[in-house]
Design a protein around this ligand. Structure first.
Ligand SMILES: Nc1ncnc2c1ncn2[C@@H]1O[C@H](COP(=O)(O)OP(=O)(O)OP(=O)(O)O)[C@@H](O)[C@H]1O
Ligand SMILES: [Mg+2]
Length: 241
């Protein structure tokens, strides 16, 4: 039996005349951390929206744990164990950390409070359980948004630019959190412009440019590939590799 948790086949998504995702195919293995990079506007977030059910593809298919999930709702996918975070932080600012981690439809467990406390420990916010989200720092908000996704007890998590806007100390902290999450068995796909941080975590990297996959390989191979270098030199992006 295949140990792929996700398979994306010939995915196409158009916005009017623009083909944002142009015949993209790839697989993700159970327990793997896959990185997705590419210049601004390459289609990375659109790909996440298609996989997580927020957008429907024009054609192509998506399989999760061997079942076709193309076109299923985000809610249904969360209940199956597939969840995402957003490029812009989405939390309930008037609610506490505990309440944020209790609300958004806990998928599997009935013990919401217990899950909230366990997730708070995993995102290093256990001392802030009763703090309102609006009083958290940017770095802690970012961790909370990942915690909200973790509280659904996912098997596959899609992280959209988790390191964006963080200071060096916050980056080290989040790096540990993502690494521990992987050790807990959560399969990860991470979109990130900060290549140094991503390459530290990713087992394999896919490069998107103008909606197409232009490269797939190890982090070491990516930095040596001329098509990748050209894609990045052709456009400005917040890269630091
Ligand atoms: N809902 C939408 N309607 C129309 N065009 C869209 C929509 N969402 C994205 N696009 C366009 O699709 C292309 C891909 O956008 P996307 O947000 O997926 O890029 P990205 O790779 O995530 O970029 P960034 O690195 O800046 O986040 C862009 O040209 C964008 O303007
Ligand atoms: Mg994006």
């Amino acid at each position: 039996m295949s140990n792929d948790i996700l398979e994306v086949k010939n995915l196409i998504k158009r916005f009017g005349g623009l083909t944002a995702i142009d015949d993209v195919s790839f697989t993700v293995k159970q327990g793997e951390c896959l990185g997705i990079i590419g210049p601004n506007g390459a289609g990375k977030t659109t790909l996440f929206s298609l996989i997580s059910g927020f957008l429907k593809p024009d054609s192509g298919s998506i399989y999760f744990k061997g079942k076709e999930i193309t076109g299923l709702s985000p809610h249904k996918l969360v209940s199956m164990g597939l969840t995402r975070t957003f490029q812009l932080i989405k939390v309930f600012s008037n609610l506490t950390v505990r309440e944020n981690l209790c609300i958004p439809g806990m998928a599997h467990s009935k013990d919401y409070e217990g899950v909230a406390e366990e997730v708070a420990r995993k995102i290093h916010l256990e001392d802030y359980l009763d703090t309102q989200a609006k009083n958290l720092s940017h770095g802690d908000l970012k961790k909370l948004s990942i915690g909200i996704a973790l509280a659904t007890e996912p098997d596959l998590i899609l992280l959209d630019e988790p390191f964006a806007g963080l200071n060096p100390e916050e980056i080290v902290d989040l790096d540990k959190i993502i690494d521990e999450m992987k050790k807990d068995g959560v399969t990860q796909i991470i979109i990130e412009h900060r290549l140094k941080e991503l390459f530290n975590l990713a087992d394999r990297v896919i490069v998107l440019n103008f909606g197409k996959t232009i490269f797939e390989g190890s982090p070491e191979e990516v930095v040596r590939d001329i098509r990748v270098i050209e894609a990045y030199l052709g456009k400005k992006g917040e890269t630091n590799a």
